[in-house]
Design a protein around this ligand. Sequence first.
Ligand SMILES: O=C(O)C1=C[C@@H](OP(=O)(O)O)[C@@H](O)[C@H](O)C1
Ligand SMILES: C=C(OP(=O)(O)O)C(=O)O
Length: 414
Amino acid sequence: MSSSLIIKKENFKVEETIQLTGSKSESNRALVLAALSKGKVNINNLSAAADTVTLENIINQQIKNKNAVINVGPAGTAMRFLTAYLSLLGEKVEITGSERMKQRPIGTLVNALLSLGADITYKEVDGYPPVLVNGAFEQKTKHILIRGDISSQFLTALLLIASSLPQGLELEIMDELTSKPYVDMTLAMLAQSGIKHSWKKDTISIAPQSFNQSTLTIEPDWSAASYWYSVAALSEKSKIYLPHLKKDSLQGDSAIAGIMSLFGVTTIFTDEGIVIEKVDYEVKPQLLDFKECPDLAQTVVVCAAILGKEFSFTGLETLKIKETDRIFALQTELAKIGVKLIETQADIYQLDCEELNIPQSIKVATYEDHRMAMAFAPLATIIEEVIIEEAMVVEKSYPHFWEDFKKIGFEVSS
Ligand SMILES: O=C(O)C1=C[C@@H](OP(=O)(O)O)[C@@H](O)[C@H](O)C1
Ligand SMILES: C=C(OP(=O)(O)O)C(=O)O
């Protein structure tokens, strides 16, 4: 049975409302905080993302079952957060994931946890999942030196458990910090749960302290909103309502509003959410930096390529260690429309659209990466059909993506 979906622009509606699910990043933090708080922290509007459902099931099941093998599938944050959380609980458990998860690094986090006093070993390859959490945790130090340039998720995993550590935590960040807004999100959600911190120079400190009675309300997912910005940017005219998104978001991916203004999409913030609208605009290529919002890169790179605008991009280094090597995946799929994504200097990538040639029908491979499927889907706005292979990968963060595509007037069939 084919798991491809064929997307056709049938009755694309110029005006539509799309209700996005909750932020996967906020939800996964909230789940760990709620579990650690033992009922004090409550959650409102949890995401329907498969990664969130996976984490929620594991956290609930883990409390009852000892000696378990738990499988996070493709969920990077779940893998990293659970390694820290279950170490602190002193569980005896193997944490594994998809084949790709076994290629995504975790050594920096495991080393930090070992220094803190956890007992963790590797089941297969040093530095990579599966990890074996071997029980008893006895804190040896509170000061940890950690690299910031591989994944901010390592820092978040430690910060989430910091206030529950007997001595608290001082996290000294070495090297440049990648994806910083995700660390800010973690600290903001800790604050909403009653946990205070200080951030002086390169060190974030959290003393042992208890959670307050609180409710974390999850905002809709701005990374998911980016695909609607791309649909708007590629359409001649459109107006899309995205309820409950806020200007003062905890999500760094709200940067999509500013980025997409360069593509002629305006954002109006209202008390009910946002309205995005395509206006007449001459797109002028420039250099865009994705270091603080890496999950937006595919949306924007693909959108610029389709428009034949030779933007250049930086801050893409971590894309190689996400759900797939996203640089390779982009290069391979953009070649199908005659566009090259060339590394011209270290971490500067330039679009070459000289041979842009978009066929009326195109088949896009998705590399087990939800963002590949969703970044290419808006291409259906301008051609007859787009075939997305293994289209259900979207479930990872946005399970009703194809339903919403139908809602806005695309025909989606298998
Ligand atoms: O903390 C988080 O929720 C995330 C952090 C980012 O990862 P890196 O810090 O590895 O860039 C991001 O790409 C991922 O989708 C979610
Ligand atoms: C990188 C991502 O997720 P994770 O690292 O949690 O697998 C993502 O959602 O794009």
